[in-house]
Each structure stands twice: as structure tokens, then as C-alpha cells.
Design a protein around this ligand. Sequence first.
Ligand code: UFG
Length: 327
Amino acid sequence: MSAILVTGGAGYIGSHMNYALLDRGERVVVLDNLSTGVRGLIGAEAEFVEGDVADRDLVRNLIRKHRIEAVIHFAGSIVVPESVTKPLLYYANNTMASRALIEACIEEGVQHFVFSSTAAVYGIPGVSMVSEDTPKEPINPYGRSKLMTEWMLEDTAKAHDFRYVALRYFNVAGADPKGRTGQSTPRATHLIKRAAQVALGREPYLDIFGTDFPTPDGTGVRDYIHVSDLIAAHLLALDALRGGAGSDVFNCGYGRGLSVREIVAAVERAAGHKLPVREAPRRAGDPPMLVADSTKLKLTLNWQPRYDDVDVIVRSALEWERKLGAS
Ligand code: UFG
């Protein structure tokens, strides 16, 4: 039986992918160098290979050995401010590693590729709802390193028997509804993760970065998508590629913006108490508002979100955070 290669399958989103694939009876091979991933999140039935995506010989061998038929590529570095201070690390871990992986796919005849891209490719968009045609003007090395990978995929698909889907994630949050995996990075910077840590008393307070944005309550507005809905989009993309669909790019979000204060209120509802917050200056490079127009994903792949409810998202994040503390 052929298998799916999940790179970065020990990470937050990748580990959710493993479970979704295993749940529907697919064979899963995880490639992860465990630089930020957690071995215990991978899922017992997945085959695990510790190693680097940039190691082309390793990847070629495992494609052959496991008869890899499709690659879902999550592995990469994801912290925007770090990408500003260590740009070459981001071009190595994201752009160059992806190049090696794509080349191994071409050499071994893997035809289907699903890529984790990001809303960061849009930079600071001039529109409130971002569609796939909105100009791509990334403002940091993270966004550029991902956009360069999209370009490599586009060019490779024109030249070879190879098709891909790039999914541009907006703000991913929440955890597996069955409680098997969740966001486990101890020093995470993401809002919902941080707010859950504060709610459980693991951090003293939550910073609100910027209260003077041109938004209804002055705080940053984002489109928070439940990780399980995001994973559903990956399954649809994979199935479309297998069914012969052409290469494509999709935004992944709900099309609904929530402010930092609205997230804080939701976490307070879930926790049953107030959060200690501190108003702080804006973070460098934060756009005021980033909301996805995901019409294309809905119409083309028939994506139907199931967890489009901030209380559900926040509750699942908080439950996972409790579990992390208990283990
Ligand atoms: N925020 C706070 N306090 C915190 C953390 C975040 O107020 O402790 C605010 C941010 O300023 C922003 C919002 O909450 O307004 C969301 O911030 P996150 O750090 O959770 O996420 P970002 O929107 O900065 O980043 C996300 C993805 C990145 C991607 C980026 C695109 O996580 O991978 O969107 O702009 F690059």
C-alpha cells in the first residue's frame, strides 16, 4: 500500500494531519527533525523517520521504501520576529529545504504535493478581506520564504508531471476535539495559546499589543480558524489532486475578523474568570487587520467549516493547555 509523507508531522498542525489521515485508514510516514516537534504527538500508527527535509538522499530513500504517493509539507520555521533577525535561517529551513524536497519528489516521481503557506505572503493588504488575487507583498523573511516556495511549486508544476495545492493559513488555533494533540510549544507567541497559558496561571499576564489600530476597538483583528477545519481543507486538497485536479492556491480562514479584546473575552468566558491583561505598544510588523475571503476554498473544494465558533476554538485550546499541565 502506498503512503502519504507528512513533513513536520511532530508539530502542532502536522500532528493533527497525521490523526486525520490515520482516522480514514491512510498509511502515514512522518519526517521530522524534532527541532520544535514533539515525538509523542505523532500518533502510534504513523511510521516515524527522524531527519531533515533538506536531506535529499534520505527523502529519496524513504519515498522509495514507503512508496510515497503524496507529500504534505508542514516542516519549516514559523516565528515572524525571529525571521527578521535570522533571515538566512528562514531561507534555509523554508525555501532551500522545500527546494530539496520538491526535487526529491520530481526525481522519484511523486506527483501530488500539499504545501503549508501563510497569510504572511500578503504583507499589509490594502483591503479588509483578502482574496487569493490580492497582491502578494510580504513584509518579512518568513512570508518571503513561503512565497518563494509557492513560486518554486508553480514553476515546477509547469515543467514536470507534478501538481500541488498551496494553502495560505490565516490564524490557526484550537486543538483536536478528541484531545489527542494540540499546540505544545512552551514558548509560543500566538495569542490564543498565550491567553490560555495566562488563564491557567502559567504566565502572569497577557500583553495586548497595540490599542490604537484603525479597528473598531483599537486592537488587531484576525481570522482565527480551528485547526480541524484547516486539516479538513488539506484532506480535500489531497483528494482533489488524486482525482486529477490542477494545481491551485487557497486561503484558509472563516472570513470573520475577531479583535484581540474579543479573543480575551472568549478566553474569560471559557475559563470562568477575568484575565490579567497589560496594554503594550504595537508589535513590529503587525498588520491592523487580516481576514480571509475563503469563497474559493468553499466553492472549488466544497470546504464546509464545522468549528466556526470562537467559544469552541478557545475551549479546545484551553482544554489542551490543561492537559499539557497535567502530564
Ligand atoms: N497579540 C497580542 N498579545 C499576544 C500575542 C498576540 O495582543 O500575546 C495580538 C497580535 O498583536 C495580533 C493578534 O494578537 O494582533 C494575533 O497575533 P498572533 O501572534 O497570534 O498571530 P499573527 O497574526 O501575528 O501571526 C499569524 C501567523 C503567522 C503569520 C501571520 C501573518 O501565526 O504565521 O499571521 O501575518 F505569518
